[in-house]
Design a protein around this ligand. Structure first.
Ligand code: SF4
Length: 264
């Protein structure tokens, strides 16, 4: 467990280094200490084999708080089906008085639904949905589960009475910034009683190369232009207000640290 400055979290539990989903926009690669993992993002995943033993020690000493599961990689990427480090971590944390906030793109989280449901007052689950279009999703998130599977997972989790949220991000210019695309995701949040967090593309080390295929089809995908962002914020806010769902930028300005490094 490491301390984190991420909004609403006290700690982060990242049992894996690297993420098989290999999203082309992922800036997690800029925050791993393993150069080879950063350079071949999505192709190398290290398993922290003693994570559970270390966590058992840490929960005895640490002040209770909210633990982000995970913050730099997807806690339910495919290796989790075999290693179960996320599951075992959840068991330890929830039985030791901690709360957890899970964020994933994978329906593998449903494997733990019974358990999460039992602890629903100490759990929230966020599902990242950047687009509901499977072709676009395949381009930008080549090995992540399809959006329809994520949407279905969100419905099932919400139906258990667990607090849910949708992470709409990163929003990229020309890729997923239209009222139609955003409207579909907002409607899903409304259907499932989820709140919505949104965020924009951030330029980080290694992304110029990994985004090259996306840029071939969407030349402005890496834009961070202020005027464009403000227009999209307006679209998000109007749509959320129309549907009556709570929304927030994922990294509110009032909580913004001087660099993202402080978050991770
Ligand atoms: S699922 Fe999340 S952590 Fe994994 S590659 Fe995609 S954005 Fe990065």
């Amino acid at each position: 467990m490491s301390k984190t400055g991420l909004y609403d979290l006290d700690y982060a539990y990242n049992p894996y280094a690297g993420c098989y989903h290999g999203c082309r926009y992922c800036y997690g690669r800029a925050y791993t200490r393993h150069e080879e993992v950063a350079e071949a993002w999505g192709e190398i995943v290290y398993v922290k084999e003693n994570a559970v033993e270390v966590l058992l020690e840490e929960v005895r000493r640490a002040r209770k708080g909210v633990v982000g599961i995970s913050t730099i990689t997807d806690p339910y990427q495919p290796i989790e089906a075999e290693e179960r480090l996320t599951r075992r971590g959840l068991e330890i944390l929830l039985s030791s008085g901690f709360e957890v906030s899970i964020q994933t793109k994978s329906p593998l989280v449903l494997r733990d639904l019974d358990f999460l449901s039992k602890h629903r007052h100490k759990v929230d689950v966020g599902i990242t949905i950047t687009t509901l279009d499977p072709v676009v999703a395949r381009l930008i998130e080549p090995r992540a589960p399809e959006p329809a599977a994520r949407a279905e997972a969100l419905r099932k989790i919400s139906a258990e009475g667990i607090d849910t949220w949708v992470f709409l991000g990163p929003i990229m210019r020309g890729v997923n910034d239209s009222p139609e695309v955003i409207g579909g995701i907002v409607a899903l949040a409304a259907e499932t009683g989820s709140r919505l967090y949104y965020d924009f593309f951030r330029m980080k080390r290694g992304l110029a190369t990994s985004m090259s295929l996306v840029k071939e089809r969407y030349p402005e995908a890496m834009s961070t232009e202020h005027g464009w962002r403000m227009k999209v914020v307006e679209i998000v806010e109007k749509l959320c207000e129309r549907e009556g769902i709570p929304y927030e930028p994922a990294f509110p300005m009032r909580e913004r640290k001087s660099s993202l490094l402080e978050y991770f």
